[in-house]
Design a protein around this ligand. Structure first.
Ligand SMILES: *Cc1c(COP(=O)(O)O)cnc(C)c1O
Length: 388
């Protein structure tokens, strides 16, 4: 059986044993809440779908295989996965977190984590600020690379060295690159987080979250917490994720190719004052991402000359949608200030470059000529109105 990545997206090693008696090519959706037992003290391996469901197991096995994890756990959303991780900590514990994170994670930490007695120090992980923030009560480091939305790149090997030396759990949200481009567990992380809603699902049609865990003991502890708290991934959504992953390599390759072309186009536009894309050689993290990942992904942020221009572009795009989220086949344009990062305090937002002129694009897999044509007409129309 081949073990290459693209093959593992479609075939998992246990597949033959798992095939049903009709030879169905896709794994069945076990849409059931409970399972009958063959006898007292006997079990089929399943008893209740919150604790375990065959379709969810299938999606979890695939994600574990792609991240090189001992185990992976499926949740009803990315935030459910991150919330569950917080159950590992007790009042008084401290976490070092990246200052440039998905807005929902920042909100969870400041509005829920702090209420529960946790404390957080935000640092710029890409600038090696982690070690200085560590205290005796520090338990973990939480980061994203590339970060969201300004695509800062953190050297994972360097941070994992600090985390190991200080006995901290290193948690990496790998949503932006997906396991196709980056495997943080191989670079020293302990837990990888995914919003499966994004590239794993890939079609903007379901919410999902995953935790991929290196240590089997930690995985068992998280499994206990997962079945106890209950935000597990439903059977149908597990099926959608497993189906989406079959084309993950194809989608990631095409989206990145499109992103490289769009980043080059943006750079050539006079209305664009800054382009954040780690695939550009002048991006400050370009060499590090080349060293630790197999690609640059397909997320681009850019700043326009004025706020008015940025807002007009959002109104004038036709093929591209003005919508939050990312990682699907459709190209989306987001306004981080009021959408994904609305809950980040202003001072912090500005320090991180989240201005009122910043747009974030999740480049999809449409024909890139149509995407650029849409941007061209939107820029043209926005320019006319702004100048009028
Ligand atoms: C979307 C996202 C999340 C949250 O995931 P949901 O599935 O929306 O709950 C977490 N981290 C990153 C980087 C994301 O983009």
């Amino acid at each position: 059986m081949s073990t290459e990545f693209a093959t593992r997206c479609i075939h998992i090693p246990e597949e033959r044993a798992l095939k049903d008696r009709y030879g169905a090519m896709t794994y069945p959706i076990y849409q059931t809440a409970t399972f009958a037992h063959p006898g007292v003290g006997k079990s089929t391996g399943y008893d209740y779908s919150r604790s375990g469901n065959p379709t969810r197991d299938q999606a979890e096995r695939i994600v574990a295989s792609l991240e090189g994890a001992a185990d992976a756990l499926g949740f009803s959303s990315g935030m459910a996965a991150i919330s569950l991780l917080m159950e590992l900590f007790r009042p008084g514990d401290h976490l070092v977190i990246d200052s440039d994170l998905y807005g929902g994670s920042t909100r969870l930490f400041s509005r829920v984590g702090e209420k529960n007695g946790l404390s957080f120090t935000k640092v710029n992980c890409s600038q090696n600020e982690v070690e200085a923030a560590i205290r005796p009560e520090t338990k973990a480091v939480f980061l994203e690379t590339p970060s969201n939305p300004t695509m800062r790149i953190t050297d994972l090997t360097a941070v994992s060295e600090v985390a190991k030396r200080c006995g901290l759990l290193l948690i990496v949200d790998n949503t932006f690159l997906s396991p196709y481009f980056q495997n943080p567990l191989e670079l020293g992380a302990d837990v990888v987080v995914h919003s499966g809603t994004k590239y794993l699902g890939g079609h903007n049609d379901t919410l999902a979250g995953f935790l991929a865990v290196k240590d089997p003991e930690l995985a068992a502890q998280l499994r206990f917490l997962q079945k106890t708290t209950g935000a597990t991934l439903a059977p149908f959504d597990s099926f959608l994720i497993a189906r989406g992953i079959k084309t993950l390599p194809l989608r990631m390759r095409q989206a990145q190719e499109n992103a490289l072309a769009i980043a080059a186009w943006l750079k050539g536009r006079p209305e664009v004052t800054k382009v954040y894309y780690p695939g550009l050689p002048e991006h400050p993290g370009h060499e590090i991402i080349k060293k630790q990942a197999r690609g640059f992904g397909a997320m681009i942020s850019f700043e326009t000359e004025t706020k008015e221009f940025a807002l007009r572009v959002l109104e004038k795009i036709r093929l591209i949608s003005y919508a939050e989220s990312l990682g699907g086949v459709e190209t989306l344009l987001t306004y981080p200030l009021t959408q994904t990062h609305a809950d980040v305090p202003e001072e912090e937002r500005l320090a991180n470059g989240i201005t009122d002129r910043l747009l974030r694009m999740s480049v999809g897999v449409e024909d890139v000529r149509d995407l650029i044509a849409d941007l061209e007409q939107a820029f043209g129309a926005a320019g006319q109105e702004t100048n009028a």
